[in-house]
Design a protein around this ligand. Structure first.
Ligand code: ADP
Length: 177
């Protein structure tokens, strides 16, 4: 029993987060370098409930989190309103839209639907602490960073699966893990 408790306490955010080794990369959006069409492709090609927004693919610096549902509604509304937003419009999560050539279509500004301070833990945060925060703050997901770079995501379901796995584990394998 004690060994089990120790095992649980020794799990870290990095052990529970997705993507796992071999999984497709984390699906992220960039703050001002994607078109409406590119955002739609990311959303349509996955089933995730939300997407971290990063400064750039190279930096992987987190700026916020946006829900799939809100993205779909906003893009749909913008296209319907016919205020010039088209597939090649730039999607902008920053406060000010970057300067574009005069002939470029108007940008789609989506800062308003972004959670500007999504909860994050570092990869080495013990899972008992992370679980505690999920419970206390009623989180649905939390992001995982390392040295300020976005590494992964943990959803409530990921935690429940992880806990079920630990509970089902053969006691011997726990002792020798
Ligand atoms: P749930 O875990 O409730 O099913 P999601 O559908 O958002 O929620 O996530 C399904 C799985 O994909 C989870 O294991 C989660 O960690 C992972 N995941 C969630 N969002 C992303 C993302 N943007 N990129 C990669 N994996 C993700």
């Amino acid at each position: 029993l004690e060994a089990k408790e120790e095992f649980e306490h020794s799990s870290l955010a990095v052990d529970v987060m997705r993507p796992r080794r071999g999984d497709p990369a984390l699906a992220v959006l960039t703050q001002d370098s994607m078109t409406v069409e590119e955002v739609e492709t990311v959303v349509d090609s996955t089933h995730y409930s939300g997407f971290p927004v990063v400064v750039s693919q190279e930096s992987q610096r987190l700026v916020g989190f946006v829900l799939r549902r809100d993205l779909l509604i906003s893009i749909d509304n913008a296209r319907k309103r016919q205020d010039g937003v088209v597939s090649t419009s730039q999607v902008v999560f920053t406060e000010h839209a970057p300067t574009q050539p005069p002939e470029a279509p108007p940008p789609l500004r989506l800062r308003g639907i972004m959670d500007l301070s999504p909860f994050t833990v570092t990869d080495h945060t013990p899972m008992d602490i992370t679980v505690d925060i999920f419970r206390k703050l009623g989180l649905r997901q939390c992001l995982v960073t390392h040295n300020g770079r976005l590494l992964g995501i943990i959803t409530k379901k990921d935690i429940l699966k992880h806990m079920a796995q630990i509970a089902n584990r053969d006691p011997d394998s726990i002792l020798f893990n």
